[in-house]
Write a protein of this length. Sequence first.
Length: 407
Amino acid sequence: MLKKIVLTFLPLFISLLLNADTPLLKRVVCSYDDTTRLSFVSNANVFTERWDTLQQVKFWQEVIRQSADTALINVASTRCILHKTPFEDWKCQSESEKTAYKKFINLANGLDTNTNLYVTFGKKEFYEYKRVIPVIGKSVEIFKNNKVDPWYAQTILLIENPGKNHNKSYVGANGPFQLMKSVAIKFGLKVNKHVDERTDLNKSAYAASQLLKSSCIPKVKAMLNDKNIPFSEDDLWFRLLVMHAYHAGPGNVACVINELNPKKGGIDLFTQIWKTECGGFKNESQNYSQIALANIVIFERFLQSNKDSLWLVQGEKMMADYKKSKTPGIAGINKLKQSLELYSDDLMDGTIPADFFISRMTSIQKELAAYKVKKTNEEETNLSMTQYLALESNSFVNVSWMMQLRF
């Protein structure tokens, strides 16, 4: 009797375990005009399993840090960066000059002159993860309500960047989850010459979660079971394989897996995937999980940078610290100066609008003007208040110039 009961309820118990909710982190998100509590998925295993130490992941982090006017010359097979050069300097060269330049770079680094090199341009302007954070919080809840691992919502958005969700890809994908027209229509979205519901966050998140639930996840599980490769749906490598199925299609992922015929998953499998082409799975597909990991590392560090709060505007964080500590004298002036610099970075990152930046700069300059610096402090720093304010005036001019570039 007991055995019959166990056999009856065992499948249900296993199902409950497999569909257990992914643990979420709650954070208070502070933007320039709002404060709200949102949920995120922690990826601490990216460090404990040492994915962050892989050269490809380090490479894409550097690409994400660099602006589009920087060209990174790197080894195709390892993504080791050999040289950085301004984009314009690279662009103005002829093809023969570029080939000769690559040979020189190889020679200077002790490599065979025929070593294949890539030239990759910085993508700081594209991967603006702070602008994505409010959207991630909403999408995590949508995926959770649809009983799909919210890890996928967070990771897809970090890669695809809904800050530019009205831009179609060269293959026609659109919206924050970069859905193809046929996929969107299949899951009930309207896509025609008058309306494209792929740009609607709620509807596109629902369609993406359904695509993962009905196709990507079960097909990846099936191909791994066919190879007798043990896995857990919480494994980072399993999730990354599903991401490849979402991006390149399950068929192309199956092609790679059949080509490699692996015995187990993990980091070793992915270092092989990154060197393997099969069917429609080529360089862009290889890069997808590398870019995902780089963004995961960056975002996880940001998530853990504060105990309970995520400051999207670093200038606001510094000003809050200044007001809380009420730092006097030169130390207070330095904090205000740092706030100015951080607000300038926030403006360039797109996390604050120009009018907000100007209002904050005006209030900080008034705060600076109200300071009474003692003569001894002036002598110690060799900087008078008049001189300091003059420097800040120059800073205002420089930042105004940057605003003109951006807008």
